[in-house]
Design a binder for this molecule. Sequence first.
Ligand SMILES: [Ca+2]
Ligand SMILES: [Ca+2]
Ligand SMILES: [Ca+2]
Length: 246
Amino acid sequence: MYSRYKKQFQDARDGLCKPEKIKGFKINEKPSSIRENTRITDISAMSGSTNVNNVLDKVPATWKSKAKTFFFRFDTDGDGLHTRRDYEEIVNRLTGYLKKSGSNPSDDRLQGLKHTFIDVVWSEFVAGNHDTGSNRKVTLQEFTTNVAKKLDEREYAEAVCKAISTHYFDIIDINSDGSISLKEYGDFMELFGVDPKHAPGAFESLDADCNNEISREEFFNAMQNFWLSMDDTGFGACMLGPLIKW
Ligand SMILES: [Ca+2]
Ligand SMILES: [Ca+2]
Ligand SMILES: [Ca+2]
């Protein structure tokens, strides 16, 4: 079954992002790489220092492509660096999108969104808990290293993926009918500057049971797979558009 995902992933990595339809996939079933309770990178088991080059050498290029794609999409001002301002801008876009839709989000919900993206994603994962103020600048190399190291905290990384998935899903499912349509997903991708022509490929990479809607579970599994699977499947790999080669 997962050989199809592998094919899909290879296509995605090659910038094609034309995933095959996958029949018979059980959405409760996680890819083997996620089921196994193994570390993502085994960085903590590495001998010697965990400097940038050591870590980047250790992590497969396929995973680094996913990290690079995320880095590009979240670099909202396009300066080639991640700063606190990029994450504040993402929060602003998501908040603006919710308000424009007439969702009237509660203060608690907006605070939760801000906490997840600024205090957790930016401060802990991207900046590595080190100097998270407005002057901090994170390069692609450092970003990839910091995130890879943080993902070794397996249970915490899974919990963060789940929190982010929940925020995203509730925003993307703008009509609150419990599933994401292609139109809803395309509108969401535009918030990250993704060309609308990539929406169908991204959507198909998330729609595991091919019923033309994305369930909460499919979305959650795809998010987990995007970050926690190193290289053996393509499920969800195109969720931010075609992968950018490392
Ligand atoms: Ca930037
Ligand atoms: Ca919907
Ligand atoms: Ca589906």
